[in-house]
Ligand binder design. Structure first.
Ligand SMILES: [Ca+2]
Ligand SMILES: [Ca+2]
Length: 207
């Protein structure tokens, strides 16, 4: 019935609550870490937290489209089809959720030259081989096979300097059977609240 015990109870509840928020394993997933002036674009050798292939990576701020999130987004056809990648720590056998948005250029240059390839762990696919100019979300679950997983995006289609745009990239761990055991069930939360109430009443009676 000590104050220490009540403190421990409170800290326990706080740490359980902290586990509820999903953490994005992709750093700089919205491409906002590198400053790009308004109404401009540049080709970089690499970006904060992202490696790029030999043709670099193009960052745009309000050019042939507006960012889905923040100010910046990237296009995956710089002067030729280009690619970017990033690796992050994963747990073998755990399930993760990949999410990103893509869009084709809103100007006339986008037609027939679009598409991007995504790959994560052993999975891959292509999106954007059409004339969609609205930001469109793509989502995919995958099971990690290694302690480090690489996420990669690359331009496909005609290699002509006009390509599909990418923004708001995230990978979050999906609560699986093992992870769920650390998340409180409603019953155990009620038990926790009950124990706290009982302690409070006991202390009141003593006083
Ligand atoms: Ca962004
Ligand atoms: Ca192209």
């Amino acid at each position: 019935m000590s104050k220490k015990f009540l403190l421990a109870l409170g800290l326990g509840a706080a740490s359980l609550l902290a586990q509820a928020a999903p953490i994005n394993l992709v750093k700089n997933g919205s491409f906002e870490s590198d400053v790009q002036g308004g109404n401009s674009w540049s080709i970089y050798g690499s970006l904060t937290n992202w490696a790029a292939g030999p043709f670099g990576i193009e960052v745009r701020n309000n050019v042939a489209g507006k960012a889905f999130d923040g100010l910046n987004f990237v296009e995956l056809d710089t002067t030729k089809n280009s690619w970017i990648s990033q690796s992050f720590t994963t747990i073998v056998g755990a399930t993760y959720h990949l999410s990103f948005v893509w869009a084709n250029r809103t100007d006339s240059q986008g037609a027939n030259s679009n598409g991007l390839n995504w790959s994560v762990d052993a999975l891959s696919g292509v999106v954007g081989q059409d004339l969609t100019t609205a930001w469109t979300r793509f989502e995919q679950d995958f099971v990690a096979t290694g302690t480090s997983t690489t996420l990669r995006f690359g331009g496909v289609g005609k290699s002509d300097g006009f390509g599909t745009s990418l923004d708001a990239v995230s990978v979050t761990q999906v609560a699986n059977a093992a992870a769920k055991s650390t998340v409180p069930e409603p019953g155990s939360l009620a038990l926790l609240a009950g124990a706290a109430a009982a302690l409070f009443m006991a202390r009141r009676r003593k006083a």
